[in-house]
Design a protein around this ligand. Structure first.
Ligand code: NAP
Length: 316
């Protein structure tokens, strides 16, 4: 085995992460390889760590080809692209970048609520088109006093709740258990949706939450309600969402994430009652730099000391 550990780059990574990794480790650029199969045949046996993006997927079929793998370091907080049970069985550690992105993602959730409720995208477009003199459009929706229901009151969910509470919205939440927080716990997601003006998705993706927001939940949210999703596209039944929006059974949707990124269905893009962002939750210079530092530091620390700064809860 090489003295310098080999690290497989399973996603296209920004230079601020790729550069420092390449300075310290022998990086194997799987994401950029024309012949990935040949690369694995040549290099797979030497790889001791894998780095992937938050939206990246590392299936068992890939990990099977890396018999010396010790660590997966995810450049993001969501690790739904990593097969955790498989990693547990093989003793592979999995680490991610929690906390450092919380504020930015919560900011985007609030921006989506504001953009949707106050019609800001259309207002900006109308002014830019020179239409102000013809009027300032229809009246929009006041947020103070409206009800926000948060699915997944974790780090990001709490940061969203704090922000919306400061805007004087009423906050309730659901999750697998109640927490000691000053917000109302509603155990049933459909009941939370029925009570909410804005249903905000902030729980992890993965098999346990796939299509949790289905036609029934969307029906409960109803024509008074807006769906906001900053978590993962997999949590929402996207065809059911499009159908409900098109039929006017849902007031609107404001989304940062989608089922098959970067593909956003044309039927969704064509709707008038949506605000769509291209997965920009953590996309600030400051936060991406902090994420890159943490992602790299975990790999370095693992090979220097055999310890990690963060380990995903399922493997603790
Ligand atoms: P976190 O602190 O782990 O919070 C997740 C919350 O979801 C927890 O409060 C948990 O509460 C709840 N939850 C977990 N499993 C659930 C289930 N099966 N049903 C209902 N609730 C469940 O995670 P975070 O740091 O806030 O991040 C949340 C997610 O945001 C990430 O997983 C990621 O996918 C997404 N994200 C998106 C962006 C973006 O750019 N748009 C950026 C960063 C993160 P209980 O344990 O009580 O159920």
């Amino acid at each position: 085995m090489n003295a310098t550990p080999s690290v497989l780059l399973a996603s296209t990574l920004p230079p601020m992460l790729k550069g420092p990794l390449a300075a310290r480790f022998r990086c194997v650029d799987y994401a950029g390889a024309a012949d990935q199969d040949g690369l694995l045949a040549r290099e797979g046996a030497t790889v001791r760590a894998l780095v992937q993006g938050g939206g990246g997927v590392s299936p068992p079929a890939l990990l099977d080809r890396l018999p010396a793998l010790e660590l997966i370091s995810v450049f993001g907080v969501g690790y739904d692209g990593v097969p955790i049970d498989y990693c547990r069985a093989r003793g592979i550690r999995v680490t991610n970048t929690p906390d450092v992105l919380t504020d930015d993602v919560a900011d985007i959730a609030v921006a989506l609520v504001l953009m949707s409720a106050r019609g800001l995208v259309a207002a900006n477009a109308a002014l830019m088109a020179g239409d102000w003199a013809r009027g300032t459009g229809t009246l929009t929706t006041r947020l103070a006093g409206k009800r926000a229901g948060i699915l997944g009151l974790g780090r990001i969910g709490k940061a969203i709740a704090e922000r919306l509470a400061a805007m004087r919205m009423d906050i309730a939440y659901t999750g697998r258990s109640a927490q000691p927080v000053p917000y109302r716990y509603v155990p049933d997601l459909a009941v939370l949706a029925a009570e909410a003006d804005f249903l905000i998705v902030a729980c992890p993706g993965g098999p346990a939450t796939r299509n949790l927001v289905d036609a029934r939940v969307l029906g409960a949210l109803g024509a008074k309600g807006t769906l906001v999703n900053i978590a993962r596209g997999s949590i929402v039944d996207e065809p059911a969402l499009i159908e409900a929006l098109a039929a006017g059974r849902l007031r609107g949707a404001a989304l940062d994430v989608y089922a098959h990124e970067p593909d956003v269905p044309a039927a969704l893009r064509a709707l008038p009652n949506v605000v769509l962002l291209p997965h920009v939750g953590s996309a600030t210079q400051e936060t991406r730099a902090a994420m890159a530092d943490l992602c790299r530091a975990n790999v370095e620390r693992w090979f220097d000391t055999g310890t990690l700064l963060t380990l995903v809860p399922e493997l603790r």
